[in-house]
Each structure stands twice: as structure tokens, then as C-alpha cells.
Design a protein around this ligand. Structure first.
Ligand SMILES: NC(=O)c1ccc[n+]([C@@H]2O[C@H](COP(=O)([O-])OP(=O)(O)OC[C@H]3O[C@@H](n4cnc5c(N)ncnc54)[C@H](O)[C@@H]3O)[C@@H](O)[C@H]2O)c1
Length: 492
């Protein structure tokens, strides 16, 4: 069965292109990559693994094995064939980008939109000679693309409003925060703000006011934490206290005339300055490798996102559950697979009990996610629920057979023991650890419900057929020994 129906192309698979691949796959896109570098595949696999680890922390159990597929193309034409979104992330050189976009434009379909990840080049310059220039725009993300939601959308002189609207919808549907910048300027908005801070930081190091470490400490222990959830203007609004933003502006207006910053100057780029920055930064990062720092960064970003999601605020509002994005597609589960694996993941650190094992209610959570996967795969996902129908669990029996430690892999195999037009009788087996020990079984009875009428109702044909398909594939399997077992103590 095909795993997804949406297709994207990624041209250039380095730091940013690799991040796009990971985000697109998580959102259920099949991604075709073109990157002539001999190590491109290895690098991209590393980024995909990084994203996978982050998604497991962010959405435990909801992504592994449920993403789009990746293929590698020999040419740009092959990569973009059939893609609804083409994302270019080749090195930041105008002539190279112009050549690449010309090739993309010659091969894309009329429906496709093209985003360039450029950090500062103007879309009007990039699109100058290409065919289908009306569909090309800047779509500038931030690293790591798979975790940071914002993408700046900037059209050029030839970009159509229709293409911008289409792209905004696509990026938003994949859980991003597209922001349309209507005026075309070098470096757009985010990089302009970063550039201001970067120039000032260089001056402060050059003049010996602060080291690289001191500057980073001031940002990450203070103003950076405010920016992450309030931004520039909302943060300053609070700086005015009860007097409000007007009071803040009046109070600090004079300081703008003082020579506080050196924004339009750049310190001379001497060996001395470069060496100071490198050695101060080496000292400050305490020997951690890039890969170790990336892991720390990703873990922290995931936890920030979780907090913001819990508080329904800022970047936490844009998050989209990968299971929802993927379940828009009808064909995500190979129902004839035996065994039918419905959940894979690792025991999350938040799931620990006081013995540092997975605590008991998480077993039910995992079984519940496995049930959802089965239902989504059969066509009873969020889209079906929006139509007013769902399955309610009315009975559960869990057997806890073995313990499992935090960080260990686990997976669930699912049996459809019985079904009729209104009921499903499911049986899950959970296995885990390197030895694939049998950890638990979960047996559940579910009823099909018409939620508007508030009562049990017969399922539509497409669902009964999907369940019959699973039952047929599993018909040769013996009934699990414990199916139908009740809790009890042997009478003496
Ligand atoms: N690194 C960042 O933080 C960042 C952030 C936002 C945007 N960007 C922008 O993203 C783009 C890519 O930057 P990066 O940091 O990923 O660079 P990178 O060097 O990590 O990756 C560039 C990739 O392009 C490939 N490539 C080179 N020539 C190619 C060609 N002709 N066809 C296809 N692939 C080719 C390279 O093999 C490499 O894998 C740039 O425009 C950059 O400005 C970078």
C-alpha cells in the first residue's frame, strides 16, 4: 500500500535541506531529494534520526513508522516531478540559485509552488530568468527546521498572490507558522534583527567589554528567554508596567539618541578578533561537540514547545500532531501485515514511576495510542470524528507481565479478536527491551457511536470492510491464551 499521497521535492540536503526533509516526512509528505554530494544521504539520515528522537519526546508514540517516504533523485527534473512543494536549500550564491531555479521552473507542474530557503537574497533576483516565476518565492526557515515553526514568505516582482496563498496553506498545514512579508528587502525580517545583535556582539568582544561567553549568558539567562515567548514588542510593553506601552516609549525614547549602539559599523575583521571569538566560544562550550550541542538544543526546544503547548501560547499554538497530519491520508496502515504493529517508541522519561520503570497508567496510554493507530488506519481518524462518529472504549483488561526501564524501546502488536457492525474486540501485546520481552497485554471492547445522536450506531460499510480485511489476514493465528481471561485468585 502506498504510505502517502502528498509529494515534495528538496533540492540541496545540507543543514537546512535535511531539516526540511525531516519536517516534510513527519507531516506525511513523500520527499524526493536532489543533492549531488556523495555524503548527502548519510547526512540527511542523521537529521531524520535527530528529528525522530525529538518527535518521540514531543509526541510520544505518534510518529515512528508513520511518516512519508524518502527517495533520492538523479536530476532536479526527476526530483520535482509530481511535487506540490519544491524547497530549494542550496548554498547562498545568487548565480547558483538562479541556475537551479531555472531547472526547477522547467520541470514543475502548474500546481507546484517553489520556496527558496535563502537567508537574504531577493526573490526578484533569483526568479529573474526562470519559467513559472509566478510560483517562486522565498520561504526562509530557521535552524533546526524540524522544530522551529516560523517560515518567512517573501514574494518577488513576478510571484502571484495565488502562489503565496497556496504556500501559506501548505506550510501551515504542516504545523509551521508562515509569516507573509509583503515588502521585499534584503535579509527579510528575522535575519535583520539577528544581524543587529550580531554586529553589536562583535563590537562588545572587539572592545573587550564582554567575552563570547558573557554575551551568551546574558542572552540565555535573560532576554532570550523573554523573546522566546513574548517577542520584541510584547516584552517591552510589559517594561512599561501599569503605565503601559506609551509610558515605556516615553521613558526610553531619549536613549535612542544616545550613542548606545554601533549598528551601522562593522569591526575590522582581524586575525586577533577571529581568534578571540573562537577561543572564547571554545572555552564557553566546555568541549561539547557540535552533535552534543545539537542534542542539548533539540531537547531544550522540545521542552520549551511542550510548555508553550500546555500554556496554549506562542509557538506552542502552531504545533500539529503528526498523527493528525498523516491521518488525513487514507492509506497509512498495511492492514494485511502479520503481526500488525500499531505502535513503536521508547519509554519516555516522563513515564517513570518511583522504581524508574514505566508507570502503570502509561501502559493504558500506549495501548490507547495503538488502538487509535488501528482506527486511523481503517479510516476512523480525526476526519471521521469531525463527521460526528467515533469509537468509545467500554471495557479494558490489562495484564502487567514484566517491567521496562526508561529509554528502552517498546512496540505493540494488535489482534482483532472479533467484530460486528457495532462492536470491536481488540487484543494488544506489548513487547520491549533488546530481548523483546512480553511486557503486557491489553484487551478492549469498543463501541461505534453516533456522537450527535448520543448512541451506539452501525458502522458504515468502509469500516466494516476494513476490519474484515484485518480479521481475514489474522484468521490463521491462534487465539491468545489470555483472551477473555478474568481477574481472580485461585480458590484454596
Ligand atoms: N544554516 C542556517 O542556519 C540557515 C538558516 C536559514 C536559511 N539558510 C539558507 O539555506 C540555504 C542552505 O544553507 P545550509 O546551511 O543548509 O548549507 P549547507 O552547506 O549545509 O547545505 C547546502 C547543500 O546544498 C548542496 N548542493 C550544493 N550544490 C548543489 C546543487 N547544484 N544542487 C543541489 N544541491 C547542491 C550541498 O551538497 C549541501 O548538501 C542557504 O540559502 C542558506 O542561506 C541557512
Amino acid at each position: 500500500m502506498s504510505a502517502s499521497v502528498k509529494k515534495a521535492a528538496v533540492i540541496g540536503g545540507g543543514v537546512i535541506g535535511g531539516g526540511w526533509v525531516a519536517r516534510l516526512m513527519t507531516a506525511g509528505f513523500d520527499v524526493s531529494v536532489f543533492d549531488p554530494h556523495p555524503q548527502a544521504e548519510k547526512y540527511i539520515n542523521d537529521v531524520i534520526s535527530r528529528n525522530e528522537a525529538a518527535m518521540l519526546r514531543l509526541w510520544p508514540g505518534q510518529t515512528t513508522g508513520q511518516r512519508g517516504k524518502i527517495t533520492y533523485a538523479e536530476t532536479i527534473g526527476e526530483a520535482v516531478d509530481g511535487a506540490m512543494l519544491v524547497q530549494e536549500s542550496v548554498p547562498e550564491r545568487l548565480e547558483l540559485k538562479q541556475t537551479i531555479h531555472q531547472e526547477i521552473g522547467e520541470a514543475i507542474s502548474d500546481q507546484a509552488v517553489i520556496g527558496s530557503s535563502t537567508s537574504g537574497l531577493l526573490p526578484s533576483d533569483i526568479q529573474k530568468q526562470m519559467p513559472h516565476a509566478d510560483r517562486m518565492m522565498v520561504a526562509h526557515p530557521y535552524n533546526p527546521v524540524y522544530l522551529l515553526p516560523v517560515v518567512e514568505i517573501v514574494g518577488g516582482e513576478k510571484t502571484s498572490q495565488n502562489a503565496i496563498d497556496t504556500a501559506m496553506q501548505i506550510y501551515s498545514d504542516m504545523g509551521m507558522k508562515p509569516v507573509h512579508i509583503t515588502k521585499e528587502i534584503d535579509a527579510f525580517v528575522g535575519d535583520r534583527l539577528l544581524e543587529a545583535m550580531w554586529r553589536e556582539s562583535l563590537w562588545l568582544v572587539k572592545e573587550g567589554v564582554a567575552t563570547a561567553g558573557t554575551i551568551d549568558d546574558i542572552v540565555r539567562h535573560g532576554l532570550g528567554m523573554r523573546f522566546a515567548q513574548m517577542g520584541q514588542f510584547m516584552t517591552y510593553r510589559l517594561g512599561g508596567g501599569e503605565g503601559g506601552f506609551r509610558h515605556f516609549l516615553e521613558q526610553f525614547e531619549p536613549s535612542l539618541k544616545w550613542p548606545w549602539t554601533k549598528l551601522m559599523d562593522v569591526p575590522e575583521w582581524t586575525d586577533n578578533l577571529v581568534n578571540s571569538i573562537v577561543s572564547q566560544s571554545d572555552e564557553h562550550t566546555g568541549g561539547l561537540s557540535v552533535s552534543e550541542l545539537e542534542t542539548i538544543r533539540d531537547n531544550n526546544l522540545v521542552d520549551f514547545l511542550k510548555v508553550l503547548r500546555r500554556n496554549d501560547w506562542g509557538a506552542g499554538k502552531t504545533l500539529k500532531n503528526p498523527a493528525d497530519m498523516i491521518s488525513q491520508q487514507p492509506d497509512q496502515m498495511d492492514a494485511s501485515a502479520v503481526p500488525l504493529i500499531t505502535w513503536q517508541g521508547v519509554v519516555h522519561e516522563d513515564w517513570a514511576d518511583y522504581n524508574n520503570h514505566m508507570t502503570e497508567f502509561r501502559y493504558l496510554e500506549v495501548f490507547s495510542m495503538a488502538t487509535d493507530k488501528l482506527l486511523f488506519g481503517c479510516g476512523a481518524g480525526p476526519v471521521y470524528v469531525k463527521q460526528g462518529f467515533s469509537f468509545y472504549t467500554v471495557e479494558t483488561h490489562i495484564r502487567h507481565l514484566d517491567e521496562i526501564a526508561i529509554g528502552e524501546p517498546i512496540y505493540v502488536e494488535t489482534r482483532l479478536i472479533n467484530h460486528d457492525t457495532k462492536k470491536l474486540h481488540l487484543y494488544h501485546d506489548m513487547y520491549g527491551g533488546k530481548e523483546k520481552r512480553h511486557l503486557a497485554s491489553g484487551e478492549h471492547m469498543l463501541l461505534h457511536v453516533d456522537m450527535n445522536a448520543g448512541r451506539v450506531a452501525p458502522m458504515p460499510d468502509h469500516l466494516t470492510q476494513a476490519f474484515a480485511h484485518i480479521a481475514n489476514a489474522q484468521s490463521e493465528l491462534p487465539l491468545p491464551d489470555a483472551a477473555g481471561a478474568a481477574i481472580g485468585m485461585k480458590r484454596k
